[in-house]
Design a binder for this molecule. Structure first.
Ligand code: HEM
Length: 214
């Protein structure tokens, strides 16, 4: 069976628009609540939160929210194909991806603030590796529409598949790095979730290939 990437969410009218608005609104609420409760999360009085504290905290928050949304978008099709459930998730995958791109752009904003505030020079490998991840995220966001899908044809799927795996790899590389230095159980959960998402995608690929050759 041919893999089909087309997003038909536009065919579902108002219910799709409602779902899209809910996803975008919840993303903004998650970011707003993160800032509102930063004093509790950092264990400081609000007035004592320095610019450096705020920037470091928001870098971690935005990375975690963006990774969560990336994984949701990654598992939408495998869940549908493996279980027959999750039609709504798959139908709203485009908006989940766009929310991820938005939150990742906020991470980029805090990266700029971090560099300015800390005066720390970035290594070339970080600029290239991280820069490419941001670039691919924005390319995916800009091509997440029916016209781009039609114009790019088979290359649309290739571009998005490559970009998703590259961005996933940079996330995993960073989370595993933090896990190795901090040994925090939270990061074991995050890394495990990342591996489960990719395993589901591989499982679906293998099943499809097996069906084709059967
Ligand atoms: C040049 C680009 C980037 C720079 C300079 C940068 C910088 C940072 C900094 C300073 C932190 C906070 C570290 C801390 O205080 O614990 C952070 C966290 C993080 N960033 Fe970025 N970042 C960049 C790009 C990216 C990209 C492209 C991704 C993913 C695709 C990413 C994923 C993460 C993750 C996963 C964390 C850790 C979150 C956590 O500890 O829970 N970063 N980044």
């Amino acid at each position: 069976m041919k893999l089909h990437y087309r997003d038909d969410s536009h065919l579902y009218g108002w219910s799709s628009a409602f779902g899209r608005n809910i996803i975008f609104t919840l993303t903004l609420i998650a970011l707003g609540l993160s800032i509102f409760f930063q004093d509790k999360a950092l264990g400081l009085a609000f007035a004592d939160v320095s610019a450096a504290d705020h920037i470091g905290y928001m870098l971690r928050v935005t990375a975690r929210i963006a990774f969560f949304l990336l994984l949701l978008a990654m598992i939408a099709r495998p869940i549908r194909q493996l279980t027959g459930m999750g039609g709504e998730l798959l139908r709203h995958r485009r908006y989940i991806g766009l929310s991820m791109a938005f939150v990742h752009t906020v991470h980029f904003g805090y990266v700029v603030a971090f560099v300015q505030n800390s005066g720390q020079a970035l290594e070339l490998v970080t600029i290239i590796g991280g820069g490419l991840a941001f670039f691919l995220t924005w390319v995916m966001a800009l091509t997440s529409n029916n016209t781009s899908q039609r114009v790019l044809g088979i290359w649309w799927g290739r571009l998005h598949t490559f970009s998703i795996y590259y961005v996933w790899l940079i996330f995993m590389n960073t989370f595993i790095g933090v896990l190795l230095t901090e040994s925090n159980v939270l990061y074991i959960g995050i890394v495990a979730a990342g591996l489960v998402a990719v395993s589901l995608r591989i499982a679906v690929r293998v099943t499809q290939r097996f069906k084709r050759t059967a």
